[in-house]
Design a protein around this ligand. Structure first.
Ligand code: ADE
Length: 254
């Protein structure tokens, strides 16, 4: 999988993505990441890439021409008919694990990062295929959102994670949060590792983990249950939990 990032801050994205798991995946050739400096495509003698907004208003707008030239140059190199160009913007669809899964099927993905008050609409109309947000808040630019998105997608690319199972079983697999994890020592500050995890009884451990995932999801992200796949038994367990919680709240009130 090859990622390209059109940006005014190439160092920021390259430095951010060349460490840890993603950095190693690049070294091993599972993925490639290339930042394209939009400023290099300015034809202004001072390499300016922004200008005042037509109609007035605060801030500056990135000009269409340098962005378009950067894209054209890249497109000629990639040499593909259809390339997805993802514009990072708070006005986009909000990134989810399912969307990441869908993006991970592409061989090439181009990310376009805006700054200032945004990018001239005309170049967006010409080149952008997807408008993507990482959440309902406003950042100073699209670089961090592009890095977040590349991280989410990369870990779904075969070979990036050493243990294929770890990608599958984590938070959001099956739309449940992940169960709690423990490692040595068996006791820390008076808190013991749950006995079942020391038992070596795989079926009981599986059952306990699944229950913990349900408990955790109920406490932290109950909205996820709408899309979770629970067995009938698990559904009963969840209803019992809800009943217990209701009982506890009523006790507190009285
Ligand atoms: N640019 C600024 N804020 C953003 C956000 N929340 N998501 C994607 N791109 C952005």
């Amino acid at each position: 999988m090859n990622f390209y990032i059109l940006t005014l801050f190439p160092d920021m994205v390259m430095q951010g993505l060349n460490t840890s798991i993603i950095g190693r995946a690049v070294e091993r050739g599972c993925i490639s990441i290339e930042a394209v400096d939009i400023r290099k495509y300015s034809e202004d003698k001072h390499f300016r890439v922004d200008d005042y907004p037509y109609g007035g208003g605060a801030g500056m707008v990135m000009q269409a021409a340098p962005v378009y030239r950067a894209y054209q140059d890249l497109k000629e190199r990639i040499h593909k008919e259809r390339i997805r160009v993802v514009y990072m913007t708070p006005q986009g669809s909000v990134l989810s694990q399912n969307m990441a899964q869908e993006f991970s099927k592409e061989e090439e993905l181009v990310f376009l990062c805006g700054h200032y008050e945004g990018i001239d609409e005309r170049v967006l109309e010409l080149i952008v295929t997807d408008y993507l947000s990482i959440g309902d808040y406003v950042l100073t630019g699209g670089e961090l959102p592009a890095m977040v998105t590349i991280d989410v997608i990369s870990r779904l690319v075969p070979g990036v994670l050493s243990n294929a199972a770890s990608a599958e079983f984590e938070s959001f697999h099956d739309n449940l949060l992940e169960y709690p994890q423990y490692t040595r020592p068996e006791e820390y500050m008076g808190k013991r590792v749950p006995e079942v995890l020391l038992s070596g009884h795989h079926a009981n451990i599986e059952k306990w983990r699944r229950e913990q995932a349900i408990i955790r999801t109920l406490e932290r992200r109950p909205d996820l249950f709408e899309r979770a796949n629970l067995t009938e038994k698990e559904q009963v367990f969840l209803e019992e939990l809800k009943g217990k919680r209701k009982g506890m709240v009523e006790k507190e009130i009285h």
